[in-house]
Write a protein that binds this ligand. Structure first.
Ligand code: PLP
Length: 301
């Protein structure tokens, strides 16, 4: 849960930019910390959060923040949309952060799913990123560790923050101090499991498993496309993000799938206002069940 804890080292006065839709932890942990302001607007958005809209219209590539922000959350390959940024597109954000004294919190939990050549596996492939970015890496999706949890963060020694009175502060030291105080570490048996993923056999097995999930994602994507659905992601990610048909809301589509096909997925609206009218499916299943599910979904229409 690094993503939920990193806020400990930053002031509650910091302005935060968060993509919409987004992995809910980023937003909720900031609301709990008190960075979201005093009220929720009519459209369900928090007063002080700068939302970065990602939708079909902008190809799920958010615009830069309209007003200056201190912290920017980015997640690529993205959960929930399954979309990616190329090196060139990610550089825009690194440059922004360098020019505006912002810090990027980059979540690369799905890095192992990247198949496209010009998509960076780490933000540090971008020049200047070491001065502005923290990267979160996790064994959860790379090696099926969601049940036992092991993850790590990269906080470059070059990365400096600003204290309220304008002094430079080492973010690396702050985060180390926070960890030493509040975190007892990952259990030894889990660490040995994580270590094993770097062995020759471990690398082979995890690679094979990821290819299997990616194949499922491809089956879902192609099957839905054939059936006339508008689908995104699924090529550098286990996630398929689809536009619900006939202007159904995310939950209306959820009910339809459940009632007509006995299938459940994740309503896009749970990931933010911009997720309304979208739906997330995943390749994290068996190939047999995936094929069967697609057949059933296609029969609905
Ligand atoms: C699953 C997931 C994680 C995993 O986090 P851990 O706490 O390391 O298990 C991180 N980020 C995103 C976007 C995820 O979907």
């Amino acid at each position: 849960m690094i993503h939920g804890n990193i806020g400990d080292i930053f002031s509650v006065d910091n302005r935060i930019a968060i993509p919409d839709p987004v992995y809910p932890v980023y937003l909720d942990s900031n609301v709990m910390a008190g960075r979201s302001g005093n009220y929720i607007e009519e459209n369900g958005k928090y007063e002080k959060i700068e939302y970065l809209s990602c939708n079909k219209e902008n190809n799920f590539i958010p615009d830069l923040p309209k007003t200056r922000v201190d912290i920017i959350y980015l997640c690529y390959p993205n959960n929930p949309t399954g979309t990616v940024l190329t090196k060139e597109q990610l550089k825009v954000w690194v440059d922004y952060a360098n020019q505006n004294n912002s810090i990027i919190l980059f979540d690369s939990a799905y890095e192992a799913y990247i198949t496209q050549k010009d998509v960076p596996h780490s933000i540090y492939e971008i020049e200047g990123a070491k001065n502005v970015a923290i990267e979160f890496r996790s064994f959860s999706k790379t090696a099926g560790f969601t049940g036992i949890r092991c993850a790590y963060s990269v906080v470059p020694k070059e990365l400096m923050g600003n204290s309220k009175n304008g002094e430079k502060v080492s973010i690396h030291n702050l985060w180390k101090r926070r960890g030493n105080t509040k975190f007892n570490g990952v259990s030894y048996i889990t660490q040995r499991g994580a270590e094993a993923t770097y062995s020759e056999e471990g690398k082979k097995e995890t690679k094979k498993r990821i290819e299997y999930y990616l194949e499922n994602a491809k089956l879902i994507k192609n099957g839905l496309k054939k059936a006339g659905y508008d689908v995104f992601g699924g090529e550098n990610s286990p996630y398929i993000w689809l536009k619900t048909p006939k202007k159904l809301t995310s939950w209306q589509f959820f009910d339809l799938l459940l009632e007509k096909a006995n299938i459940i997925g994740t309503p896009g609206s749970g990931f933010g206002t911009n997720g309304e009218g979208y739906f997330r499916l995943t390749g994290f299943g068996s190939k047999e069940k995936t094929i069967n599910a697609i057949e059933r979904i296609c029969k609905i229409r």
